[in-house]
Every structure is written in C-alpha cells, then in structure tokens.
Design a protein around this ligand. Structure first.
Ligand code: HEM
Length: 412
C-alpha cells in the first residue's frame, strides 16, 4: 500500500466518527476505499449482520492491513501458530473453538481472579501515587498497558514473570500486521512475536503433561479432544493450534482492555463535571464504564465476507463482498442512542455493541468490565483531583481494533 493511502487511512482511523455519520445518512451501504469494504454503520444493520453468521463469514475478520516482508515472514516461520482461531472461524468449527474459551472465562473463573485483579490495580496505583497531591503520571505505560496483561495472564495460567514478554509480543504482532514498519523494524517485531510464541509453546507442552485449573489447560485439552496419542504428548500440529489460540486470546484480552482503560479515563477527564460526579457517587461507576465503552468503542469494527449474493440495507452485494461491521458506528447511531455524540454517564442506557453480539459476541466482556470498574474505583477514591496535564496534547493511535490514546499524561 502506498504512503498516500496509509495517510488517508490513518486519518480515518484516528477519527472514524464523521465517516460513520455520513454512511448512516447515505442510502444503503457506503463503499469506503480506505477500508477496502462496504461500511455498515447503522445499529440495525450491524445487528443484522451479526445475527446472520451463515451469510456473513468471519473468515476475514483479522485481515492484516500490512503484509510482512519476506524477511519478516521467514522469521515468523521459526515460530508457532498461524492456524485459524475462534474469531476467524464459522459454524461448527467456531463453536468447537469457542467452547473452551467460554469455559475458561466462566463467571466463577472471573470471580476467582478478581481479588488478584484488585490487588494488582492497587499496587500499580501505589507505584505512581504515593503522594495524593502534586503528582504526575503517564497512565498508559504506568497502568493501562499493565493491569490487563497481568489479569488475563493469571486467568490463562501464566507465571507473572512471563507476562511482560507475552504482552510485548502481542503489541509487536499488532504493529507488524497493522502498521507500516521499515524492513529492520519488521524483522525485530517478528523476532519478538516468535519469542512470545515459544513461551506459549512451553505452557502448551507443560499443560499437556500436567493439566491445571486454567484457561491454557482448557485450550490444550480442546486441541487434543477426540484424537488418539501418547498420554501428555502433543503433535507438532496440535502445538501450533494451541499456540495460535492462546496468542489470539491473549491479544483479544489485553490490548482491547488497555485501550478501553485509556479512552475511559480520557473522556471522564475531558468532562470534569462528570468526573466529579463519579468521585462523589461511585455507585455510578458501572454506568460510566458502559457509557465509555459505547462512546469511544475500543474495537471499532471487524470485517465479514458474504457467503452468497444478498441485499443488506437495500444494497445488493455479490458473494465474496467484504463488509466492515462498525460496532463504533452502531454505538453512535441516534436511532438507538439519543444525542449519541454526547458523553453522558447519566444517560438512560440502551444496549450498545462495544462487545459485539451473537455467535462471536465477546466471551471476555465480564472480565474487561470488572477491570474497568476496579480502575475507576481506585482512581476516583485515591486521586479525585486527577486531570489531563495542561502541557500535553492527546493523540489517538491510528487503529480500528484497539482505539486508545498513545499516551495519557495526568496530573493531580
Ligand atoms: C474492553 C475490552 C474488550 C472489548 C472492547 C472486546 C470486544 C470484542 C468484540 C466486539 C468481539 C466480537 C468480534 C466479532 O464479532 O467478530 C470480541 C470477541 C472476542 N473477545 Fe473480546 N473484547 C474485550 C475484552 C476481551 C477479553 C478480556 C477477552 C479474554 C480474556 C476477550 C476475548 C475475546 C475473544 C476470544 C473473542 C472472539 C469470540 C468469537 O469469535 O467467538 N475479549 N471482543
């Protein structure tokens, strides 16, 4: 892709909302070249696509924006994974891949990890807020990029000492596939991804030999289900499959939650009266989390591909057409959310689509919500004087899948 198209796409990714607005007002669907897809931006149309997975396949939902160079691909060849995962599967195979994840993220497993999550949230805030007055922090690096990795790492069963490399590998995988990097940077990113995959492969082999009560064990058990083999021994193919699932799950779990922590705090502090209200009435925290998830959706959208000729919103699409299903567009649709462009934690909530819906609806939504609630609980209680640093301009990362500020400098 040339530099000019990258530039235009970056612009759309940093602020997709005017594009959604135009697409919702225009008749039918709008073809958007920067997305290389038909944009589905109305709440009703997004729901219709999500309700019809047999007509709208998820096979292309993780389509990268950038194809890595041959040298980077050669590095990736020394790693694990590269197999279809839950989010890119359809039908019976999808259900089979989703089942262990739903089990591993069950309400009781989420409840069991909450004391650890609360302890980590408090410890991370302790590290930058020893003094409740005259402080300063860059919240993305000190907190938002750390809590979700620790928590999802715990539920998967990772040792805390492995979490930083696994989180880093996830960020590098995103950069490699979604940002235009130079050749050397691509190779370095691919090396970090492969290092993460080797760590995950170690867990896969360990859990095959000695199962535990964790999500890694659920995934390993699911790839060996119905196959005969030596007890505790995995084939190379099974190791690739299990690492692919774990990598996907970890990235789906931490990058999204990091992003939502960043935008939630950003919008609350851009609306100081709402921040003050929340500090005074912390019972409003769950509603604030829902409003933040609706207003600036972390996962703006995923692609689907039509499996047959069909008509959507009056637009005829052939088989094989790509649609971009904009959860973020649906969440700003005035038909469902009155005054959708206003951030208002006191609004009467309507069902939003920040966590998707239907067959692929987010199985980690509860875990994400709990982390957001914990975060706002800590920050409102301990740092009610929090504000955006006056000397720092917030810039959004150009991405449709983990929408967040690059950095969030705060003072109190
Ligand atoms: C703020 C945080 C999060 C947001 C905004 C989010 C959003 C979403 C959305 C919109 C989907 C649907 C994708 C589609 O329809 O194609 C999804 C799926 C998924 N999410 Fe989340 N998610 C978050 C956190 C998590 C967490 C914490 C986990 C796991 C620990 C997780 C694991 C997954 C998985 C595995 C899928 C694929 C499910 C499937 O294809 O059946 N997510 N997420």
């Amino acid at each position: 892709m040339d530099d000019q198209l990258h530039g235009v796409r970056d612009e759309l990714q940093r602020d997709p909302y005017p594009h959604y607005d135009r697409a919702r007002r225009a008749p039918g669907l709008t073809r958007v070249p920067e997305l290389d897809a038909w944009l589905v931006a109305r709440d009703a149309d997004v729901r219709e696509v999500l309700r019809r997975p047999e007509d709208f396949s998820s096979a292309n939902s993780l389509l990268p924006d950038v194809l890595p160079s041959p040298a980077a691909l050669a590095v990736l060849g020394g790693g694990f994974g590269g197999r279809p995962v839950v989010v890119t599967s359809d039908g019976a195979r999808h259900q089979q891949l989703r089942a262990p994840i739903v089990r591993g993220l069950s309400p009781s497993r989420v409840a069991a990890v909450l004391p650890y999550a609360a302890e980590r949230a408090a410890a991370l805030v302790d590290a930058f807020a020893p003094d409740p007055k005259n402080g300063r922090v860059e919240l993305m690096s000190a907190y938002a990029r750390r809590l979700p990795g620790d928590v999802v790492g715990r539920i998967v069963g990772l040792d805390p000492s492995d979490v930083p490399a696994v989180v880093h590998g996830g960020h590098r995988a995103e950069e490699l596939l979604f940002r235009p990097l130079g050749e050397d940077e691509q190779i370095a990113a691919a090396e970090d991804v492969v290092a993460m995959q080797h760590i995950l492969d170690r867990y896969v082999r360990e859990r095959a030999a000695r199962p535990r009560e964790d999500l890694a064990t659920e995934i390993v058990a699911s790839v060996t289900e119905g196959t005969e083999g030596t007890e505790g021994e995995l084939t190379l193919e099974q190791r690739h499959e299990a690492v692919a699932h774990l990598q996907n799950l970890l990235i789906a779990g931490h990058l999204t939650t990091t992003a939502l922590i960043g935008t939630t705090v950003l919008h609350l502090l851009r609306h100081p009266r709402q921040w003050e209200l929340l500090c005074a009435e912390p019972d409003r925290i769950p509603a604030a989390v829902e409003e933040a998830a609706r207003y600036d959706t972390a996962l703006q959208g995923f692609r689907r591909i039509t499996t047959r000729p069909l008509t959507l919103a009056g637009t005829e699409l052939p088989a094989g057409a790509t649609v971009f299903v904009a959860f973020g567009g649906a969440n700003r649709d005035p038909v469902r959310h009155p005054q959708p462009d206003e951030f208002d934690i006191t609004r009467t909530p309507e069902r939003h689509l920040a966590f998707g819906f239907g067959a692929h609806g987010c199985p980690g939504a509860q875990l994400a919500r709990e982390q957001l609630r914990l975060t706002l609980g800590e920050l409102t209680r301990r740092l009610p004087g929090l504000g955006l640093a006056a000397d720092h301009r917030v810039t959004m990362r150009p991405t449709m899948i983990h929408r967040s500020p690059y950095r969030l400098h705060l003072t109190w």
